[in-house]
Design a protein around this ligand. Structure first.
Ligand SMILES: Cc1ncc(COP(=O)(O)O)c(C=O)c1O
Length: 442
């Protein structure tokens, strides 16, 4: 075993040697189309010269200053850029170094906000079954991710959970189902007691935990109305869905919603540096300013000039190259390709998603929606077969099934690269079908 531990001690991974655009090359020269942008992270592709140039120039000026001792221009400019892109009066930003730090900071801000408004009992943050907000203990407390929670159960806050938007496994007709998942939110907040609830946190499209579970249109708007009715803040975890991934700068815009806070991370850095942000609405900041005057902020590397300059270069690149237009066009192409595969391979079901974030499940009986036995970890086997075929996909772990995958390529992917992605995906599907005894069309 190498001195560098991997999450699974038994795994041997290919060694990444270099990467350009949507391709990663290993040390043997084999190329992999980065069909999930790593963990739905790479937005503008690998090795972009403009970003590398900024990285070097900024490094020569100053890499690090401490946030309580100096401000720095790249961080100021990045905050301006992100808040200008965000909807409504999300006018302020604080920077963190990961998605987990971001969701956990949003949790602390929600609690501080209510304390500063004289309501210190509002400390609970409600989430959903089948959700993931990060690995730190606060973030995990808000997550409905059984596999990742189970080892720490009594150390986590037992925050209440509402159902995820998972229509595929519901017996209700679509309209009734859509109504039921919203109404359940109202009941969950009432059961917990609105006097105790500081905020609700949701991913606009459920990523890693749900294989791109996508709510019906209007869901987020209805949830916002319920939150307002009960004096509860709405936090949108856009760690995956933000920064263009779903075709708008932030996915909450699809429902015309300005949440009280947006957490964003992966795509804003495109993987060039570890960085995330919490964007806050004006009233939240004003309440804290007029209350304690202090935000519950604080990590050593927050808003460091080097990471900020790099993220700003990523955002500028996205704006200059009109990346959102590409997401819409290539998103349609990818959706059509996935739906066509699902038609031919009856065991690949419930293609769902938005923009360039797509997921699907594998079943052994499409009529009964039967997943392969969870112990076989079909999601990991599927990703392994795709990797052999030269395509990286993300194995999503819908509890308790382990039967989904995510395809979420860099947002700059071209038309011919989407075709290559679909060809390699089909090759991976055929090998997977052979292993699991599923139908392979001629
Ligand atoms: C929706 C969501 N929130 C939060 C996180 C945590 O982000 P990080 O891994 O950067 O801590 C993730 C990571 O996958 C995520 O998908």
């Amino acid at each position: 075993m190498s001195s560098l531990l991997k999450a699974n001690f038994q795994t041997t991974l290919p060694m990444a040697a270099h990467a350009r655009g949507v391709f990663i090359y290993d040390s043997s020269g084999k190329d992999y189309l980065d069909g999930s942008g790593g963990a739905m992270t790479v937005s503008i592709g690998h090795g972009v010269k403009e970003v590398l140039d900024v990285m070097r120039v900024q490094a020569e000026k100053v890499c690090f200053t401490y946030r309580a001792q100096f401000s720095n221009q790249p961080a100021e400019d990045l905050a301006d850029a992100l808040t200008a892109l965000a909807p409504g009066d999300l006018n302020h930003a604080f920077f963190v170094n990961s998605g987990s730090e971001g969701t956990e900071l949003a949790m602390r801000i929600a609690i501080a906000y209510w304390r500063d408004r004289g309501r210190p009992t509002k400390t609970h943050i409600l989430g959903r079954h089948i959700s993931y907000h990060g690995m730190t203990m606060g973030a995990l407390s808000m997550s409905g991710h059984e596999a990742r929670r189970q080892d720490y159960s009594d150390l986590l806050h037992p925050f209440a959970l509402a159902p995820a938007p998972y229509a595929y496994r519901s017996e209700l007709p679509p309209d009734a189902y859509a109504r039921s998942i919203v109404e359940r939110w109202d009941a969950v907040i009432q059961e917990c007691g609105p006097g105790k609830v500081a905020a609700v946190i949701v991913e606009p499209v459920v990523g890693a935990a749900g294989g791109a579970l996508t709510p019906p249109p209007g869901y987020l708007k209805a949830l916002q109305d319920i939150c307002r009715k009960h004096d509860v803040l709405l936090i949108a975890d856009e760690v995956i869905t933000g920064m263009g991934r779903c075709g708008a700068w932030f996915a909450c815009e699809h429902d015309d919603v300005t949440p009280d806070m947006i957490v964003t991370a992966k795509g804003m850095s495109s993987g060039y540096t570890p960085m995330g942000a919490v964007l806050l609405r004006e009233p939240i900041v004003q309440a804290m300013a007029q209350g304690s005057g202090i935000g519950p902020f604080g990590h050593t590397f927050s808003g460091n000039p080097l990471s900020a300059a790099v993220c700003l270069a990523v955002v500028n690149y996205m704006r200059q190259h009109k990346i959102l237009d590409n997401v819409r066009e290539r998103g349609t192409q990818l959706e059509q390709g996935l739906r066509a595969l699902s038609q031919r391979y009856a065991w690949l079901v419930d293609v769902r998603g938005k923009g360039l974030l797509w997921g699907f499940e594998f079943v052994t009986d499409a009529q009964r929606r039967t997943p392969p036995p969870a112990a076989l970890k079909a999601n990991e086997r599927f990703a392994a077969h795709c990797r052999d075929a030269g395509l990286i996909v993300y194995p999503a772990g819908i509890a308790p099934y382990n039967n989904a995958a995510i395809v979420a390529p860099p947002l700059v992917i071209s038309e011919s690269e989407v075709r290559t992605l679909l060809q390699r995906l089909e090759a991976g599907m055929r090998a997977f079908a052979q292993e699991f005894g599923l139908d392979i069309p001629t």
